[in-house]
Design a protein around this ligand. Structure first.
Ligand code: V47
Length: 370
């Protein structure tokens, strides 16, 4: 990239700061979002991506399970939740039904189960512990990445124990790490409007801090493309970065594109492809202390996720298999990709596929077919 082009894109000053290993400020973040030249922004983000990971592009062999969609919260963007048991479309699996989903796949080289549920008002704490224990009994080697910080806060309030105690008890039952969902946008203005009745941004971050102190790694997301401002996006990123300075517990940042179907914000348009690429790129540049930027293909679409591998992203999540949250909100992506599909996607982007486990240990370096 020529200095002229960077200057034209109003990115020369930021490029110099990065070269001098100076941390980007809040104002730099805002400027990155406003940069007129998407390719120049992508080039800068890609340079950081390659400095850390070269061409390596991670994915895993995972399974998504959603045991209940009954949820007390009324998030405006959600197409998945049903308010009460018995409402049309409400479902709650028994522990045995959830375990059966793993049993039929137990022979597969799965390394991770990712569970996100609704906030069900009537299930006992033992339901979740039995679920974790049961999954581990079937496949002791599998990593359980389950329950967002929002669910942890809900459990603490429902069962009358501290957030920390919830994490300790779930950890003893087999919980290995927390997924990054429920972060949405931390700013109180946005949360008040789109998800006023679940845990706020401060508690979300405090729960991740506690999980990190207990030795659990976690991910963190940002739901973008609805009513948030650029400044609120940057504030979100800066809050992630400052917690990470203290704990180093976040593994990956995952931008989540708002899907407008079948929810109360359906009048809003979905974010554009260029906005999605921009969010991945700015995430890479602002989060100088987070190792991985994940392009979640279910949320961005397979094609944009593939392109994002040149805009800062180094991870594509995994095979997924049973996703419903996005498909109920209008996602047209497949509900699963095979590891062959993911490898082909990465190779086609001229990147190197690496199968990882949840903690980014290398499981397999696939050999290219000739
Ligand atoms: O918390 C719900 C989001 C999240 C919509 O940690 C929506 O590895 C867009 O967090 N449009 C759940 N987004 C998914 C999630 C996740 C995904 C992949 C990997 C990881 C990880 C975490 O989905 C929710 C919410 O923020 N969501 N509805 C919607 N209509």
């Amino acid at each position: 990239m020529t200095t002229d082009r960077l200057r034209h894109a109003q990115l020369a000053g930021i490029a110099e700061k990065i070269d001098a290993h100076e941390r980007l400020s809040f104002d730099d973040g805002v400027q990155l979002f406003h940069a007129p030249d998407l390719l120049a922004l992508g080039w800068l983000a890609n340079r950081e991506r390659e400095r850390r990971h070269g061409d390596r592009t991670y994915f895993n062999h995972n399974l998504r399970l959603e045991a209940t969609n009954v949820c007390e919260a009324t998030c405006l963007f959600c197409a998945f939740a049903r308010l009460r048991p018995g409402d049309a479309g409400a479902h709650t699996m028994t522990v045995e039904q959830v375990l059966a989903k793993l049993r039929v796949r137990a022979h597969q080289p799965l390394t991770e189960i990712h569970i996100v549920n609704g906030l069900h008002p009537d299930l006992p704490f033992d339901y979740y512990k039995d679920l974790l224990r049961g999954l581990k009994a079937i496949r002791p080697d599998i990593h359980l990445k389950c329950f967002t910080a929002v669910e942890i806060a809900f459990f603490a309030d429902l069962y009358g124990i501290s957030d920390e105690q919830v994490l300790i008890e779930l950890g003893a039952a087999g919980l290995d790490s927390l997924p990054g969902g429920g972060a949405e946008i931390f700013a109180a203005r946005v949360r008040q409007k789109i998800c006023h009745d679940k845990c706020d941004g401060d508690r979300f971050l405090a729960i991740h801090r506690t999980a990190h102190h207990l030795g659990m790694r976690t991910n963190v997301t940002m739901l973008y493309g609805h009513i948030e401002t650029i400044e609120e996006r940057v504030d979100h990123l800066v809050q992630i970065r400052s917690l990470q300075d203290d704990t180093h517990g976040f593994q990956a940042f995952i931008p989540l594109a708002f899907h407008p179907d079948n929810n109360q914000m359906r009048k809003l348009p979905a974010p554009s492809a260029s906005d999605t690429l921009r969010v991945h790129a700015v995430g890479r540049l602002m989060l100088d202390n987070v190792d991985h930027i994940k392009a979640y293909w279910i949320s961005s679409g397979v094609e944009i996720a593939q392109t994002a591998l040149w805009f800062g992203a180094d991870d594509l999540d995994g095979t997924v298999q049973e996703e419903t949250i996005y498909h109920m909100a209008g996602s047209k992506t497949p509900t699963a990709l095979s590891t062959d599909d993911i490898e082909a996607l990465i190779r086609d982007a001229r990147r190197e596929p690496i199968e990882r486990d949840t903690l980014y240990n290398v499981v397999r370096v696939p050999v290219a077919a000739h």
